[in-house]
Design a protein around this ligand. Sequence first.
Ligand code: AOF
Ligand code: ZN
Length: 369
Amino acid sequence: MTTATAGPTVTPAEQAAMERALTLAATPGLDLGPNPRVGCVLLDADGATLAEGFHRGAGTPHAEAVALTNARHAHGPAALRGATAVVTLEPCAHTGRTGPCAEALRDAGVSRVVFAQPDPNPQAAGGADVLRAAGVTVVGEVRADAARALNHAWSAAVTLGRPFVTWKVATTLDGRSAAADGTSRWITSAAARRDVHRLRAEADTVLVGTGTLLDDDPSLTVRDAPGPQPLRAVMGLREIPATARLAGPGPDGAAARHLRTRDPRAALTRLWDLDRRHVLLEGGATLAAAFLRAGLVDEIVAYVSPTLLGAGTAAVGDLGITTITDAARFDLVDATVVDPTPDDLATPDGPASGLAATNLRLTLRPRKE
Ligand code: AOF
Ligand code: ZN
């Protein structure tokens, strides 16, 4: 979808370059650490591509720096005089792990910068002003929504100063996550559970409470996705038994981290200090309730199975709500039918028949009053 926000101020070549920069930014399998996805394309005065670049993760050069280096190698430094930089994030103005991109672009002789998302990171913002002060023409907010979508968790996290929190919940139609006898294995379908691996791969941290660890003994690994494994974290005051799956090394050799606190805010501060920006809460009901009560759930992804239990464990613990006007309310941003594959349908009936069911995935955000 092309947006009207591009307006008449950008050329067709710049619009095409922005699409390319967005694609570069979305390169799968990157180990970004606490940094955003960023892509950059450099154009000459005729709109021809000089070079491209994208950011590979914290500690490596920014997208603009990569593109500048590539352009110098391919065409020599003089080719950058009067060039246009098209970049998915406002060029940074700060010296962090690397130098300020706004100054690098200016010093290279770039005369025009087209960017998508203004930098929400207060430490790095201000590059557009630096460039304008140097006489560079700057056009911002071109495909800004697409760039924001690419970094939605990161953008919220740097604005909030804490990791973005997604609560993943798998429930029956009556909002239960386990039967009365504690069994919970086949509530959602095989396809829904594969989708959870994709969710985990998008987050940089998967967090459970010690209760879920003791009840379910989860491994919290990611299957079939490129890129780094998320940090596996356990929160709560109870000890992790040495026999628990999370006590052993994960697929990347790293052990799970035990956050010895029951305070969600303290846990998020610890995770922020560990360079974490997107936490996937995976259980259980008590942990979810603690985060919800603290107003620290930014997004819910609910997998709903067409099943009734009528009794059993509620998917979320007590929120302290006793009257309807106090209900926690959310806006639905996406509803997707998760269908079984032919392989799933070939699964024999029996206790696991729910594996082949059609489930629903709901994505919700807290309603802002
Ligand atoms: C990136 N990659 O391509 C651009 C970024 O710690 P540093 O020095 O890597 O700086 C990270 C910040 O720089 C980041 O939060 C963002 O605000 C800004 N721009 N960052 O990681 C890039 N252009
Ligand atoms: Zn930069």
